[in-house]
Each structure stands twice: as structure tokens, then as C-alpha cells.
Write a protein that binds this ligand. Structure first.
Ligand SMILES: NC(=O)c1ccc[n+]([C@@H]2O[C@H](COP(=O)([O-])OP(=O)(O)OC[C@H]3O[C@@H](n4cnc5c(N)ncnc54)[C@H](OP(=O)(O)O)[C@@H]3O)[C@@H](O)[C@H]2O)c1
Length: 273
């Protein structure tokens, strides 16, 4: 189409005829911003607090490292807040008059706090984890009442591009994040501990790391296939009186359940302060 309406329509539609992708701006260019940007794989608009991490991200993915948060807010359709939670007020003071919509990944930061910082702006609360970088992330999403439905669908679709999005009420989202957003670190520690143990029995560290990591990935896929029924998966490996049962008993004696309970208690007690 060549008339005015046609051109306007072309501007809205991407090459595949889909609604034009939202222009994403990142305020903060640290670990979570980088993981999301790599997962999305698009050129970025980003700003940092002076470290140069935004420029490094742009060197990798294309786009522009902008000189100020205000410029990010002006240029983006959706600003993703990737700074630390305690910087909410300072950043909002700079950009709340310019920003069109805000998606926050800030741990422990409620929708009410986001709405107070960004009055009149549609705000979205999401807690992703670092595997978004390889499009295997888990993002906890807490719906905000009264936001435009189309925009909400676009925000959810954006995070679904980099993994699964699990919708949860705000009452439980911090508990959820205390397993999913911190989980990659726990898994890395579990791998490391098993590798060290295997090295003592003569395995080369890189071989042990591959064995353990691929076993975790495979076991995770099997658990999903079995409807997350952990007992079934355990019993399929541990025959009565067998070696796996002895290994599991040793882990129980060492307090593996208590250790994970202590870990979630520690995360929750800190993030609810
Ligand atoms: N890491 C995770 O696994 C994870 C998981 C879930 C949620 N989150 C959330 O993601 C957010 C970022 O965490 P992170 O681990 O990525 O932290 P990080 O690596 O320390 O990155 C923080 C970024 O914010 C930038 N920044 C600080 N003050 C700023 C300001 N006034 N304006 C613009 N940018 C500013 C920093 O700039 P410089 O580079 O110049 O220092 C840095 O690039 C946090 O709110 C956290 O709760 C993280």
C-alpha cells in the first residue's frame, strides 16, 4: 500500500507482518542485563553508571551505549530496569517523566513500589534468572492490574523468547525467586562439589565437569518428562539396597535437605528486610 494509512501500517509491522518489535532500553548493563540482551540477541540501547559495561554489550550485540538514563527512556518503548533494587528511587527521579513503560527485574521490589516510583506509567514486575542468556531461563511474572492488555502480552512474549514465564501472585513471588533466580548459583556449586569429589578418585576435572553437568541437564529433562515427580525418578535409579540408595543416604546424613531449607530461609529473611 502506498497511501498514508498504508505507510503507517508498514511502520507498525515488521518484515514478517508481526506487530513491530518493541524497542527495548536497558538501564544498567551488569550481569542480568547482559544475560537478557544476549538471550534476545538484538542490538541494544543501554546505559550504565560509568563502568563501560554498556559499551562492551554494544560492541558484542550492536546498538548504542547512551550517555544517560533519560536518553534510554526517550528512545525506548519499554525500559527494563537492570540496576540494583536500592537504586529505584534515584533512577525513577531521572526518568519517570520520559519513560513510556517499565519492566523491572529488581529482586524484592513490589508492584506498589514500582507504581509509586513511576506514577501513571505501566509497570511490570518480572524476576528472571541468568540462563535467559541461553534461552533456558525461568522468569517469575506477577501481573499488574490495569495495564494495557496488548502491552502486557508483548512484555510476556519478550521474556518467553528467552525461556519460560511462570505467572505467580505477589504473595509468593519472592519465595519463587528464592529458588529460581538464585538457582543457577546453587547448581554451579553442586556441580563444583561433585567434580571435586570425582577428581579425588582420579577423574580429570574437565571430564568430571562434563559428566556432572550433562547429567544434571539430562535429569532435569527426565524430571520434566515425568511431570516433576522426583520420587519416581529417584526410584528408577535407586534399587533397594543398591549403591545409589547408599549414596542418597549419605547425602541425607550430611543434611542436604536442611542445607536447602537454610538457604531459602537466608534468602527470604534478607530480601524481606
Ligand atoms: N544476577 C542475577 O542472577 C539476578 C537475578 C534476578 C534478578 N536480578 C536483579 O537484576 C538487577 C541487576 O543485578 P545484576 O546482578 O545484573 O547487578 P550488576 O551486575 O551489579 O549490574 C548492575 C548494573 O546497574 C548499573 N547501575 C547502577 N546504578 C545505575 C544508575 N544510577 N543508572 C544506570 N545504571 C546504573 C551498574 O552500572 P556499572 O556497570 O557502571 O556499575 C551495572 O551495570 C538487580 O536489581 C537484581 O535484583 C539479578
Amino acid at each position: 500500500m502506498t497511501d498514508g494509512r498504508g505507510r503507517a501500517r508498514e511502520a507498525e509491522l515488521g518484515p514478517t507482518g508481526n506487530v513491530r518489535a518493541m524497542r527495548i532500553g536497558l538501564v544498567g548493563a551488569g550481569n542480568m542485563a547482559r544475560a537478557l540482551a544476549r538471550g534476545w540477541g538484538d542490538p541494544v540501547l543501554a546505559c550504565d553508571a560509568g563502568s563501560g559495561r554498556a559499551s562492551a554489550l554494544v560492541a558484542e550485540l550492536g546498538g548504542e551505549a547512551l550517555a544517560s538514563n533519560v536518553e534510554v527512556a526517550r528512545r525506548a518503548d519499554l525500559v527494563v530496569l537492570c540496576h540494583k533494587p536500592w537504586q529505584l528511587e534515584a533512577v525513577a527521579t531521572e526518568i519517570s517523566g520520559e519513560v513510556k513503560a517499565v519492566a523491572s527485574v529488581l529482586a524484592g521490589t513490589t508492584i506498589a513500589a514500582l507504581q509509586e516510583a513511576y506514577p501513571g506509567v505501566p509497570v511490570f514486575r518480572l524476576i528472571p534468572n541468568t540462563p535467559v542468556e541461553v534461552r533456558r531461563g525461568v522468569t517469575c511474572y506477577t501481573p499488574t492490574e490495569g495495564v494495557p492488555h496488548e502491552l502486557e502480552l508483548q512484555v510476556i512474549a519478550l521474556f518467553e523468547r528467552v525461556g519460560v514465564v511462570v505467572t505467580l501472585s505477589e504473595a509468593v513471588v519472592d519465595a519463587a525467586a528464592a529458588v529460581s533466580s538464585v538457582g543457577p548459583a546453587y547448581t554451579a556449586l553442586l556441580v563444583e562439589a561433585q567434580v571435586d569429589a570425582a577428581v579425588r578418585y582420579g577423574l580429570a576435572a574437565p571430564v568430571a565437569a562434563r559428566l556432572v553437568t550433562e547429567t544434571i541437564a539430562g535429569a532435569a529433562a527426565l524430571l520434566a518428562e515425568r511431570g516433576y515427580d522426583t520420587l519416581t525418578v529417584r526410584r528408577e535409579v535407586a534399587s533397594p539396597g543398591g549403591t545409589t540408595a547408599r549414596g542418597l543416604a549419605a547425602l541425607e546424613r550430611a543434611g542436604v535437605r536442611t542445607a536447602f531449607q537454610d538457604a531459602i530461609d537466608a534468602v527470604r529473611s534478607w530480601s524481606s528486610k
